[in-house]
Design a protein around this ligand. Structure first.
Ligand SMILES: *[C@@H]1O[C@H](CO)[C@@H](O)[C@H](O)[C@H]1NC(C)=O
Ligand SMILES: *[C@@H]1O[C@H](CO)[C@@H](O)[C@H](O)[C@H]1NC(C)=O
Ligand SMILES: *[C@@H]1O[C@H](CO)[C@@H](O)[C@H](O)[C@H]1NC(C)=O
Ligand SMILES: *[C@@H]1O[C@H](CO)[C@@H](O)[C@H](O)[C@H]1NC(C)=O
Ligand SMILES: *[C@@H]1O[C@H](CO)[C@@H](O)[C@H](O)[C@H]1NC(C)=O
Ligand SMILES: *[C@@H]1O[C@H](CO)[C@@H](O)[C@H](O)[C@H]1NC(C)=O
Ligand SMILES: *[C@@H]1O[C@H](CO)[C@@H](O)[C@H](O)[C@H]1NC(C)=O
Ligand SMILES: *[C@@H]1O[C@H](CO)[C@@H](O)[C@H](O)[C@H]1NC(C)=O
Ligand SMILES: *[C@@H]1O[C@H](CO)[C@@H](O)[C@H](O)[C@H]1NC(C)=O
Ligand SMILES: *[C@@H]1O[C@H](CO)[C@@H](O)[C@H](O)[C@H]1NC(C)=O
Ligand SMILES: *[C@@H]1O[C@H](CO)[C@@H](O)[C@H](O)[C@H]1NC(C)=O
Length: 366
């Protein structure tokens, strides 16, 4: 029994590892780099990525097997719904015991036609410090954070301005570049012994949890955080592109990009695959029956259909919608029959009773 279980688990992981759809328009397109699957509209060579926008061209460094967006941004994951998950470096500034700057790095990244998702937070970790997030584009924009403290803040896990400050990211859509910059004002402060360096970084909401004693010391040696970039196709809406959209012809549909410009594609309900393709990797019907996504319960049997499933019962039975199980079709007739029989019998009983009583009375009168 145990061996069986282990075997099933092994099969499961094998399938998980090998199943990811090779979502590319041509057989000769690279489908993965390291552990990341490359899905159209992203691609690594001409004819593989969406040709009208070079932002979708990624590079795979064959030496270290890292997938790169632009020259330096490492890709973690590509999602069809319009997100690119990437690693982003932590900018920092370190000070020596005299309060002079001893070491610092400020990262600057190019976004091409992608944009910073509002699902990221800009965070500063440090005492007596401020940090700036600035973007360049048709409009230049800056936002920032400030933190002041003269002793180690309480370890309550809150990023509330004491040792840690965090702000939402609402940068203009057309920003083509962004930079994170930490600054300290350390000349007169006593924080150096517990906070030698200050850090400024972007991170997907929920991926950083401040711990004062650990993070003010060295940010637990974390050098990068996952950040979400939004992508969409072109700068027109679904209505404007009409049937010129690049959405697949197989059960795929266009939707307005959540970032506010362009569109994305998704599979219709009950289908899965790459919604930007029209080949064998396009949206395909999900077989709910073999993948345990149905709610038919014994003895009804699941039958797959395009975009869904239905539950079937043997002839003479019907499906009960609340239990998704089968009930005898003649159930009601039986009820009616039983009801009338009982009714008839009671009537007979009543009549015989009355008759009996009348006989009794007659006997008494006599
Ligand atoms: C690929 O990665 C290696 C190791 O990180 C690095 O030395 C090399 O410069 C990279 N190549 C390119 C083309 O970026
Ligand atoms: C990539 O994202 C998809 C959808 O959000 C998720 O199911 C999958 O586990 C992710 N893969 C990795 C390697 O993070
Ligand atoms: C952005 O997209 C436009 C087409 O919509 C393209 O001409 C331009 O080259 C793209 N910019 C970058 C940096 O890839
Ligand atoms: C960030 O996540 C928290 C919960 O984890 C949520 O309450 C908050 O609304 C999120 N903020 C944004 C900007 O999405
Ligand atoms: C935005 O900043 C860049 C670089 O700092 C500068 O070259 C450009 O002129 C600025 N643009 C505007 C509209 O101020
Ligand atoms: C912070 O880290 C310390 C040491 O690792 C740990 O004891 C403490 O529970 C952590 N505090 C929070 C709020 O996570
Ligand atoms: C949309 O993109 C095209 C090509 O890049 C450009 O010529 C046009 O001005 C853009 N339109 C808007 C409304 O941004
Ligand atoms: C797209 O729609 C237009 C008009 O709505 C029609 O004339 C054209 O044939 C359609 N093109 C395709 C490829 O379906
Ligand atoms: C899915 O696509 C196929 C082939 O294009 C089509 O025959 C079928 O009607 C579509 N199903 C739905 C539910 O749209
Ligand atoms: C739809 O998917 C089927 C099944 O993989 C594929 O053979 C077919 O070429 C696709 N049809 C269209 C119209 O793209
Ligand atoms: C069973 O699943 C179908 C389709 O997913 C749904 O419409 C229905 O409400 C479900 N029924 C029950 C009893 O859960």
């Amino acid at each position: 029994m145990k061996v069986h279980g282990v075997f099933l688990v092994a099969v499961f992981f094998y399938l998980m590892y090998t199943l990811p759809v090779n979502g590319q328009p041509r057989k000769d397109c690279q489908t993965s780099c390291g552990r990341v699957t490359i899905e159209y509209p992203f691609g690594t060579s001409q004819g593989c990525y969406y040709a009208n926008d070079p932002s979708f061209k990624l590079t795979c460094n064959e030496t270290d097997q890292k997938l790169l967006f632009g020259r330096t941004i490492e890709v973690i994951n590509i999602s069809h719904s319009g997100e690119l998950r990437v690693w982003n470096g932590v900018s920092y500034a370190c000070y020596n015991s005299k309060g002079d700057l001893s070491d610092d790095i400020s990262y600057s990244y190019s976004l091409a036609n992608l944009s910073l998702s509002r699902n990221n937070k800009f965070t500063l970790v440090g005492c007596d410090a401020f940090a700036v997030l600035s973007t360049t584009g048709t409009r230049n924009y800056s936002t920032g954070c400030l933190s002041a403290c003269d002793s180690l803040p309480p370890a309550n896990g809150e990023c509330n301005g004491e040792g840690c400050c965090s702000t939402d990211v609402y940068v203009p859509l057309d920003s083509i570049e962004f930079e994170t910059n930490p600054h300290g004002y350390r000349e007169l402060t006593s924080v150096l012994d517990f906070n030698p360096c200050i850090y400024a970084f972007l991170a997907k909401n929920g991926t950083f949890h401040f711990n004062a004693s650990e993070d003010l010391k060295n940010l637990r040696n974390v050098k990068e955080f996952p950040v979400l970039l939004d992508w969409s196709i072109g700068n027109q809406t679904c209505d404007q592109v009409g049937n010129r959209s690049i959405c697949g012809t197989n059960n795929s549909t266009c939707f307005h990009s959540t970032r506010g410009t362009g569109y994305n594609c998704k599979c219709l309900e009950g289908f899965e695959g790459n919604s930007y393709l029209s080949n064998e990797h396009s949206c395909q019907d999900i077989d709910e029956c073999t993948t345990h996504k149905h709610n038919c319960s014994d003895p009804s049997t699941c039958r797959n259909k395009d975009g869904g499933f239905y539950c079937q019962c043997q002839s003479g039975y019907r499906l009960d919608a609340t239990t998704m199980s089968c009930k005898r079709k003649d159930f009601e007739w039986a009820n009616i029959l039983l009801g009338t029989t009982i009714g008839f019998l009671s009537l007979l009983l009543l009549i015989s009773c009355v008759q009996h009583k009348m006989k009794h009375r007659k006997a008494a009168e006599l």
